[in-house]
Each structure stands twice: as C-alpha cells, then as structure tokens.
Design a protein around this ligand. Structure first.
Ligand code: HEC
Length: 130
C-alpha cells in the first residue's frame, strides 16, 4: 500500500518536472491583458499625462500600439510591429529589450504566464487590425 502511494507521488512529481514551459498552457481569459495593463501599468501609463506618452488604459489601446513607433528611448522601433514578431512592447516585458527600460518599471516583473498572455493578445490584435 505504502509502496503504491510512493509510486503515485513520484509519478506526479516526475510529470510536473516535464512541464518545462508551463506558460505554454496559460489560460488567458478574454480581457485579461487589458486588466494587466490597468493594474500593472496604469499608474504610469494611465490616461492623464502617461509616461512616454503611452496610455495603456483608455479604450482602444491596440490603436495606440499596432504600427506605432517608439516615442521614447527606442527610435525607429515599433511597439507592435504587424510586419514581424519583433514587438518593442513584448521585448520590454520578456527582458530581451535593447533600449530604454524593462517594463513594468520597478522591481516586480510580469510572470512568464502573463507575458505569454500578452504575446497571444498581440497576435490577436495584429490579426484584426486593418
Ligand atoms: C513606474 C512607472 C511605470 C510602470 C509601472 C510601467 N511603465 Fe512603461 N514606461 C515608463 C517610463 C518612465 C518609460 C520611458 C522609458 C522607456 O522608454 O524605456 C516607459 C516606456 C514604456 C514603453 C516604451 C514606449 C515607447 O514609445 O518607446 C512601453 C512599450 C511600456 N512602457 C510598456 C509598459 C507596460 C506594458 C507596463 C505594464 C506591464 C508598463 N510599461 C509599466 C514607466 C512605467
């Protein structure tokens, strides 16, 4: 009996260890990314004099991102580039940025799962953008 239990536990642990990229299984509910923008970015990127001129909270946020060039430290880069997968917005969240600062500015980064949700959201807004 005890042996059987042990086998079960080892089996479960082994399985969890194989999930090397748990964010691939992220469950991103509709509206979740807008919620991240509001709660994690809104202090600095709200509608009232936002940092870098970027309002991430008011309605129609994708219009202020898709095809829009950096107004800050990243001259010539596009916040969401519909022609490539190299989006300045995403590089600032996943740590691969090469200009300006990581976002959200401050000590607490987004979780891998949240970054994955933003990546999927970008794919969606690119797909529907004119
Ligand atoms: C504590 C304030 C603060 C928070 C919180 C914050 N930002 Fe920023 N953000 C800034 C500042 C300051 C800049 C300008 C510096 C730079 O471009 O790196 C900036 C710049 C940016 C830029 C570049 C804009 C451009 O035109 O180049 C993006 C994209 C961005 N933030 C996204 C985010 C996102 C997404 C979040 C939330 C996950 C976030 N920020 C949270 C302060 C903040």
């Amino acid at each position: 009996m005890r042996a059987a239990l042990l086998v079960t536990v080892v089996g479960l642990v082994g399985c969890a260890g194989e999930l090397e990229q748990p964010e691939r299984f992220a469950d991103c509910a509709p509206g979740y990314v807008e919620q991240i923008f509001s709660t994690r970015c809104g202090d600095c990127h709200g509608s009232d004099e936002p940092m870098a001129g970027l309002d991430l909270v008011s309605a129609g946020v994708s219009d202020r991102l898709v095809g829009v060039q950096s107004a800050s430290a990243c001259d010539g880069r596009t916040l969401i580039d519909p022609m490539s997968t190299n989006h300045l917005l995403l590089t600032k969240l996943d740590g691969s940025f090469d200009c300006g600062a990581a976002m959200p500015l401050g000590p607490t980064k987004l979780s891998d799962t949240d970054v994955e949700c933003v990546r999927r959201w970008i794919d969606e807004v690119v797909a529907v953008s004119p």
